[in-house]
Design a protein around this ligand. Structure first.
Ligand code: GLY
Length: 565
């Protein structure tokens, strides 16, 4: 790794190699196979960085830190140091850990800060610009993960990201056109035009260099959390806030702490499911759905698949109603975790299920069209000792608040929109909330991110997660069910068409590639409204196969890549 990192021109070669790996599994039914270790992430260069750390003897958490930092450089739409996330770890000794490095509301935040004088919601303010950002958690999170569970020298984990930022990396055609489109927003919302990003129309093969970000990462490498929450980077963040009317202060940055939480642990058939609890709703939703599903026989053969999709939709509309009422940051609101997962409660919640007919969601509340950003990102890692990391991190929307911090070179999140800015008013993912998820100073906004690890018979079985806003838990659910109930390989489970429902709006969203009209008609006959949309989620997962090999499954919906050895 060291050799090629020091030779700028060789990045092109690495990129080509990485892209070859990324292209491999797209049309096949088996993902990348490896005997020792595996990384699957949203970008081939980040997966390659993680794999190199694993080959050097780093463990899965070391690789996770390196991949997280690399994604902040090569995948700026969601990879980040200006956002936050969740990491679930299963160590080879069988212990479970979950780290909450979700952003927090600044201390100057107020419950009604996104309402106008008439009490109307102002989603433009919660979604774009300086006021949209929560206090970033990613750097503190990576430092804490490394301190507790890492094994390699911290600096070695940050170096690859610094090189990528300083020397640049060549853009694919898709990246070039995305960057060119994103430039308009970055120009509009940043207080100083970030010309290294916005100054040209990007073309395939152009090398994207980020000198300010390289300096920021160097400070993080040399000073750990102080390199971000103190010194010049903190000054740049606060100055950016002051120029743009934001409210994150030095005190907010100094006081930010990520937190080790007790992971949520449930069961599905013969598997143990280890996932993220509050302030994510994702693990709760996943375990509620799996808990109900256990009582129903399902099949994906022919028209039986429509029965399964009907069942799944009916679960989703009930559980997302629970989400709106009961889920939030448990440090601020008493989330009834055990009650929501109680088997008797789940049976009672589902006792009005009609296998023949859709239950209309409450039509008194207005539904709205699903407009979901995919710009969270997930990666899955297994190392040669059997330690596993499932990590989902986010800026919220694509390019977050669209504010690039002048001087520090990174993009800030727009996570404040994940709070309920007004009871009954949907966030950018169309989900509703109320008291449990109201804005309070220092509180974490409710998430749907669902980094998850499964074990069977006390052994590692699967590592899975995805971006996709409110579709995250339902996509993770589908990936698990596809493998465990429908006998798919991990790659087939990832490739499979996805469906999503969430109570309001009262529709089933389906990927437009889905062409089985018979299934759609059967669902319509039960009273479901169907809405076509683009890709749902980008699941990156690893399965430990019966032959002991690791199957890395990268989602073909993006440029996601598996890299292993
Ligand atoms: N920002 C997406 C989520 O946390 O669910």
């Amino acid at each position: 790794m060291k050799d090629y990192l020091s030779a700028g021109a060789s990045w092109v070669l690495i990129s080509i190699l990485a892209l070859v790996i990324s292209c491999q599994p797209k049309e096949t039914t088996t993902g990348l196979l490896a005997t020792n270790a595996m990384v699957v992430s949203a970008h081939p260069l980040a997966s390659e960085v993680g794999n190199e750390i694993l080959k050097q003897g780093g463990n899965a958490v070391d690789a996770a830190v390196a991949v997280h930092m690399a994604l902040a450089v090569v995948y700026p739409q969601a990879g980040n140091i200006g956002g936050g996330g969740f990491m679930v770890v299963r160590k080879a000794d069988g212990s479970y850990h979950s780290l909450d490095y979700r952003e927090k509301a600044p201390m100057a935040a107020e419950r009604d800060m996104y309402l106008d004088e008439n009490g109307d919601a102002l989603p433009e303010k919660s979604q774009n610009g300086h006021l949209a950002s929560g206090v970033p958690g990613s750097v503190d999170g990576m430092v804490k993960a490394h301190e507790k569970l890492g094994s390699m020298e911290w600096a070695k984990l940050i170096d690859p990201a610094i090189k990528l930022a300083a020397e640049g990396f060549p853009l694919t055609e898709n990246e070039a056109s995305y960057y060119t489109r994103a430039s308009e927003n970055l120009k509009k919302y940043s207080s100083v035009d970030p010309v290294h990003f916005t100054g040209k129309a990007w073309k395939e093969g152009d090398v994207f260099v980020q000198p300010q970000l390289a300096t920021t990462l160097t400070l993080i490498r040399d000073h750990g959390r102080e390199g971000f929450y103190g010194g010049s980077v903190a000054d740049f963040i606060v100055a950016e806030m002051e120029r743009g009317g934001g409210i994150i202060s030095h005190e907010d940055l100094t006081n930010y702490e990520s937190a080790w939480r007790t992971p949520l642990v449930g069961a599905y058939k013969d598997a143990t499911v280890i996932t993220m609890g509050p302030p994510s709703s994702g693990g709760l939703i996943l375990l509620q759905m799996l808990g109900i599903l256990e009582d129903y026989p399902i099949s994906n053969k022919n028209t039986a698949y429509a029965e399964y999709l009907h069942l799944k939709t009916e679960m989703e509309r009930r559980i997302f109603a629970d989400r709106a009422a009961y889920m939030g940051d448990a440090d601020f609101f008493p989330v009834p975790v055990s009650g929501l997962l109680d088997k008797a409660y789940l049976s009672q919640r589902f006792e009005d299920f009609d296998p023949e007919l859709a239950t209309p969601s409450d039509r008194i509340m207005e539904g709205n069209v699903l407009t979901m950003s995919e710009e969270t990102t997930h990666f899955s890692i297994v190392d040669s000792q059997g330690n596993a990391v499932s990590c989902t991190t986010t800026l919220n929307g694509g390019m977050g608040s669209k504010v690039l911090v002048d001087g520090a070179g990174f993009i800030l999140n727009n996570e404040m929109d994940d709070f309920s800015i007004k009871p009954g008013f949907p966030n950018m993912f169309g989900v509703l909330g109320g008291e449990a998820n109201k804005i309070e100073p220092g509180k974490r906004m409710l998430s749907s991110m669902t980094p998850t690890i499964l074990e069977k018979n006390g052994e590692l079985y699967m590592v899975v997660g995805t971006p996709g806003g409110s579709t995250i838990p339902t996509s993770v659910f589908q990936a698990i069910v596809n493998v465990m109930d429908f006998d798919m390989s991990m790659q087939e489970a990832v490739n499979e068409n996805r469906f999503h429902s969430q109570w309001k709006p009262d529709v089933i969203a389906y990927e437009k590639e889905f062409a089985n009209n018979e299934i759609l008609e059967l669902l319509q006959a039960k009273g479901h409204e169907l809405v076509e949309r683009g890709g749902i989620g980008r699941v990156d997962a690893i399965l430990v196969r019966e032959d002991g090999q690791l199957e890395g499954a990268a989602d073909p919906r993006g440029m996601d890549a598996a890299s292993g050895y």
